[in-house]
Design a protein around this ligand. Structure first.
Ligand SMILES: Cc1cc2nc3c(=O)[nH]c(=O)nc-3n(C[C@H](O)[C@H](O)[C@H](O)COP(=O)(O)OP(=O)(O)OC[C@H]3O[C@@H](n4cnc5c(N)ncnc54)[C@H](O)[C@@H]3O)c2cc1C
Length: 141
């Protein structure tokens, strides 16, 4: 079995719950063909409550085609503390959670028929390319 869920959940939280960060998305449709000129702008200022704005159309419309549609949809992303029931997005890489994860990892390493893979099962931040590379390097057996 390949398990891609939360490793603490797999073991019924016997060593405690791991902490996560999540993201709240606030979506808006605007009456303008082009809001920010590209797909992603990051905001790192302390005063700005969101961390980035995604303007979705720029992922698939380019050049003059952007102006074919007079509207645009943007999403503001607010970094949010995770509580149970929310979607877990990012691990919290501090000492407390590293210690809890280590205990689950020891159990996981002793499993014969279960492979733990991905950001939730390995309690690690992965972008798409590294997680795919990891799968391609997986040895089964
Ligand atoms: C807000 C956000 C923005 C991102 N932006 C980018 C980006 O711009 N570029 C980039 O490269 N990467 C980005 N990433 C990272 C990218 O999403 C991850 O690298 C990728 O999804 C990791 O793949 P994964 O298989 O590890 O986990 P996931 O894609 O999360 O897959 C885990 C799967 O396990 C399933 N699952 C969970 N629990 C259980 C269970 N108990 N039983 C069975 N199934 C279960 C889930 O439903 C899910 O389908 C972003 C991530 C987030 C959260």
């Amino acid at each position: 079995m390949v398990f891609t869920g939360k490793i603490d959940q797999f073991y019924d939280y016997r060593f405690g719950q791991l902490a996560y960060r999540t993201v709240r998305f606030e979506q808006e449709t605007l009456d303008t063909p082009n809001y920010q000129g590209n797909a992603v702008i990051n905001y790192t200022e302390r005063e700005v409550p969101y961390t980035r704005i995604i303007e979705h159309k720029h992922f698939e419309s380019f050049g003059a085609a952007v102006y074919d549609n007079p509207h645009t949809v943007i999403s503001r992303e607010y970094s949010t503390e995770w509580t149970p029931g929310m979607e877990p997005f990012y691990p919290v890489n501090d000492e407390k959670n590293a210690t809890i994860y280590k205990q689950y990892k020891e159990l996981a390493d002793s499993e014969n028929d279960v492979l733990f893979g991905g950001r939730l099962a390995e309690y690690a931040y992965y972008d798409m390319a590294p997680v795919i590379a990891k799968v391609l390097q997986l040895t089964i057996g």
